[in-house]
Ligand binder design. Structure first.
Ligand code: SAM
Length: 363
């Protein structure tokens, strides 16, 4: 069984990451390996070793008494199981208590059998949904509920990330836990900016989705002066509004917060939003590069500011893209620019997922 190998002192942190994402095999416990490091048993569907979420920590295969654990597929009729052996799903995703599974065409007629077995075996799952991909400009998942405990077919659920509860509905608004490490990086960068400026900062997250980037920022005492958060998907904004209210109610200092249902490119037309942001998040990976220049007018002038964005680009275009962003920054009056475009993971054979981080002073 695959195990994540971490230094002993980091065990609790990684246990929380694994539990939050449902990547921990329950009932097996942590093992001590050679050199005193700890081995945490990983579920089949946990990301592979080369995923940046593991921060370079190794995965080792260690033998455990796995025979004692029954896989959900053990509960399928044996003849049926053997007939379609290579088609049964090998992985699934847990979003809160919503289990999302992609079914091959061959086994779609048996989706009820799969869902029944999963509900019986996977106690953390309340509802089993078939995954039909992603649809529309808001990149919402097309999921169809198959079976649910107590006939509770709602896909509204709650996840815990970096110690914070976030309400999500995977059928209505985009959410992915894959950027959770990036969200921690946002806090480090925001603190650095606030330290430099020696004051709380105004943070804009115009593609906020349900708002997963916000709780850790808000929870950092004294960090925030104002939060401007928004999304174009009205369903996402409904959840975002509730989440922001909940994050704010748990914070122990006061700051302004505003939530909008608006196209991010239109924010610059609103007077209270122009030249009001110290720290801007741009998370629309397929369009970030195109939207960036329309967001520059949001940045405060004559003071250090920070932009962190995420984009999917052709690997071979990375240098050109960095140069084009720098050019746009200069055209919009930015100076003292420190700009990096860093690959954070692969996306396809030729495309990569990058983080754009730019520190500058607009004048
Ligand atoms: C990749 S998701 C990121 C959501 C969130 N920041 C997160 O990390 O989970 C992009 C979000 O941008 C929203 N969106 C798409 N086009 C938009 C636009 N023109 N203006 C504002 N939001 C937009 C989508 O509805 C979606 O929620």
């Amino acid at each position: 069984m695959r195990h994540l190998i971490v230094p002993s002192v980091d065990t609790q942190h990684w246990l929380e990451v694994l539990k939050t994402n449902n990547w921990l095999v329950s009932g097996l416990g942590v093992v001590t390996v050679e050199g005193g490091e700890k081995g945490l048993p990983l579920a089949e569907h946990a990301p592979q070793e080369d995923n940046p979420i593991w921060l370079g920590f190794a995965h080792h295969t260690l033998s455990r008494e796995v025979n004692k654990i029954k896989h959900w597929s053990d509960l399928l009729d044996r003849d049926l199981f053997q007939q379609f052996e290579q088609y049964w799903p090998r992985s699934y995703e847990m979003v809160g208590d919503v289990l999302i599974v992609r079914l091959e065409d061959e086994v779609k007629p048996y989706q009820n059998e799969v869902a029944r077995a999963m509900l019986d075996r996977i106690s953390s799952a309340r509802i089993i949904c078939a995954d039909n991909g992603v649809i529309g400009e808001f990149r919402v998942r097309d999921i169809s509920p198959i079976l649910a405990r107590d006939d509770n077919f709602s896909t509204l659920t709650k996840i815990r990330e970096n110690g914070h509860n976030i309400i999500i509905d995977p059928a209505k608004a985009y959410f992915s836990s894959r950027l959770s490490t990036e969200r921690e990086g946002n806090v480090v960068a925001a603190k650095e900016l606030a330290n430099l400026l020696n004051r709380p900062i105004a943070i804009s997250d115009p593609y906020a989705g349900v708002g997963p980037a916000l709780p850790s920022l808000i929870a950092t005492e004294g960090l925030v002066e104002t939060i401007f958060a928004g999304d174009l998907n009205p369903d996402a904004v409904e959840l975002l509004t509730d989440n922001v209210a909940s994050f704010v109610s748990k914070s122990n200092y006061t700051f302004d917060n505003h939530v909008f249902c608006m196209d991010a490119r239109e924010w610059r037309r609103d007077q209270k939003l122009t030249e009001s942001t110290d720290f801007l998040l741009v998370n629309l990976p397929h369009d970030t590069i195109d939207h960036l220049a329309d967001l520059f007018p949001l940045m405060r002038k004559e003071t250090k500011s920070l932009i962190r964005g995420w984009a999917i680009v052709e690997r071979q275009n990375l240098v050109v893209i960095r140069e084009s962003i720098e050019k746009k920054l200069i055209q919009h009056g930015a100076g003292e620019i420190s700009l990096t475009c860093k690959e954070i993971k692969g996306f396809s054979a030729s495309k990569i997922f990058i983080r754009i981080e730019s520190w500058q002073i607009f004048s």
